[in-house]
Design a protein around this ligand. Structure first.
Ligand SMILES: CC(C)(COP(=O)(O)OP(=O)(O)OC[C@H]1O[C@@H](n2cnc3c(N)ncnc32)[C@H](O)[C@@H]1O)[C@@H](O)C(=O)NCCC(=O)NCCS
Ligand SMILES: Nc1ncnc2c1ncn2[C@@H]1O[C@H](COP(=O)(O)OP(=O)(O)OP(=O)(O)O)[C@@H](O)[C@H]1O
Length: 286
């Protein structure tokens, strides 16, 4: 079991690396672009991922041990501190520490409890909602960009998305990723299709923080237009994507929440199918 939980942690780290490797991405940091960011670059993200390496396996371990939210939160806050120490105080992965950490904990819990498994990767979101959702549905008093987006503009963010069982991740991001792979797309095409499909619908508080509700609305419409034009399945998509990336940078917008969900989708996609196979006795009870 220990090795399986360590494996879950490794898949989470690999998922963050896959998100970072995707190039180009509108407004986001890639191996060749800084996107709409003056204070970070590819090396900052590499250092951040390295600092987070032990964190996700610990989340899986805590999930397997049946931990409540308090120990997970304490581990998450320690991971945030490690991230800030590695990046010189820059927020590279705060959203991912939260969302991917919870999903790794849910995977650990399902690994240890076959009776709680159910069909489909959305079982992970169900575990998060059922086991920990009530504990973080209410935001703490500390100010944050996400809290401001909710208070001032009514836009829900990472906390609300997780408390609802990650509906966008499981209804949009992961299906888009898997549909593109099934159509013969490589990692790059699948990543772009999943990212843009997510950006078209996600209430991303990072976009609200950067561009207000108008910035979010513009980014959603522009992403929707890319997908409606055939996404990565239509000729000329690379040129259309390059133009979109330029426009995101001109407007200084960055879809950090959608980037986190792309990493989460790579993670869910890579988990072994058996985690989502219904245990025989659970099927009998249902
Ligand atoms: C829950 C967090 C992410 C709070 O986020 P909040 O909404 O208050 O805003 P904040 O500006 O801090 O972070 C926003 C980040 O969330 C991501 N995000 C934005 N919108 C969304 C969305 N709709 N869905 C998912 N992620 C999103 C982006 O990466 C963005 O940068 C976080 O700061 C927190 O509480 N961290 C503590 C660590 C913790 O509890 N970990 C649990 C470990 S399992
Ligand atoms: N590849 C990526 N490139 C850029 N941002 C990413 C990437 N992947 C994820 N993100 C998300 O974008 C967020 C950074 O956005 P931003 O620069 O607006 O930071 P902030 O700390 O929230 O705001 P500010 O620096 O203005 O206080 C990160 O926390 C991260 O969640």
């Amino acid at each position: 079991m220990r090795r399986r939980l360590a494996g879950i942690g490794e898949l989470a780290v690999a998922a963050l690396a896959a998100e970072l490797a995707l190039d180009p991405k509108p407004g986001l940091v890639t191996p060749t672009r800084r996107g709409s960011h003056a204070d970070m670059e590819h090396a900052t993200f590499v250092a951040s991922i390295d600092a987070l390496r032990p964190y996700f396996a610990d989340c899986a371990q805590l999930g397997a041990a049946g931990a409540g939210f308090a120990p997970l939160q304490a581990r998450g806050l320690a991971a945030e501190r490690a991230m800030f120490a590695a990046t010189g105080g820059i927020n590279t992965h705060k959203g991912a520490v939260f969302s991917l950490g919870l999903l790794a904990a849910a995977a650990g819990r399902l690994a240890a409890r076959p009776a709680e498994r159910s069909a489909g990767a959305q079982a992970l979101g169900e575990v998060v909602r059922r086991c920990w959702g009530d504990d973080f549905a209410t935001p703490p008093a500390a100010p944050s960009n996400g809290r401001r987006a909710l208070r001032e503009h009514g836009v829900p963010g990472a906390r609300e998305h997780a408390a609802a069982g990650f509906p966008v991740l499981f209804a949009v991001t992961l299906p888009a990723l898997q549909a593109a792979l099934a159509r013969g797309g490589g990692e790059r095409e699948a990543g772009v299709h999943a990212l843009l499909s997510t950006m078209a619908v996600l209430p991303d508080t990072n976009l609200v923080h950067r561009g207000g509700p108008a910035g979010l609305a513009w980014a959603q419409r522009a992403s929707e237009a890319f997908v409606a034009a055939g996404s990565v399945f239509a000729a000329g998509w690379e040129a259309r994507l390059a133009a979109l990336c330029d426009e995101f940078e001109r407007r200084w917008l960055s879809p950090g929440g959608a980037a986190d969900l792309l990493a989460a989708a790579w993670f869910a996609h890579a988990l072994p199918d058996e985690l989502f196979a219904v245990a025989p006795h659970a099927a009998l009870v249902a």
